[in-house]
Design a binder for this molecule. Structure first.
Ligand code: FE2
Length: 150
């Protein structure tokens, strides 16, 4: 027990408060410097910034770095680590929008990780559209691949 974290765990560690990225208010200037593009949205900057710092601190696994970089957006090139970090991020128990359905998704992750991943992508997109937010190309590409796989 207590050995090296798995690949998704390394991604989560890179994103964790107190991890490699100085958080929020004090970290905004750093985030802008580390991730000047970040889809033009401050709220999305922490993923690319944390990936940049993780690489600087020795993370060389492309899948882990892509997991961190795109965890708020989605990415069609993800491997298992990217998918699980995305699911874990969205299903964090303290999310304000969580209801019973989200708790059921959490319970299904061990047996049905791919089905839960698809539901999380769908729910995230539903929330964006309902809120009148734009969809980024990476998000649309991911959904289209999942939808065509059915
Ligand atoms: Fe995040």
């Amino acid at each position: 027990m207590g050995g090296r974290p798995g690949r998704a765990g390394r991604g989560a560690r890179a994103l964790a408060p107190g991890g490699e990225l100085p958080r929020r208010a004090e970290g905004r200037a750093d985030e802008r410097e580390l991730a000047p593009d970040a889809w033009g949205e401050d709220a999305l900057r922490h993923g690319p910034a944390a990936a940049h710092l993780a690489a600087r601190h020795g993370e060389t696994d492309r899948g882990v770095l892509d997991a961190v970089r795109y965890h708020s957006v989605g990415y069609v090139g993800w491997d298992r680590a990217g998918r699980m970090l995305y699911v874990g991020d969205y299903l964090e128990p303290d999310r304000a929008f969580h209801g019973e359905w989200h708790r059921e998704l959490i319970a299904r992750v061990p047996e049905e990780p791919d089905a839960v991943f698809r539901e999380v992508v769908r729910d995230r997109i539903r929330r964006l559209v309902t809120g009148g937010r734009p969809l980024l190309p990476e998000t649309v590409d991911l959904w289209n691949v999942l939808a065509r796989a059915d």
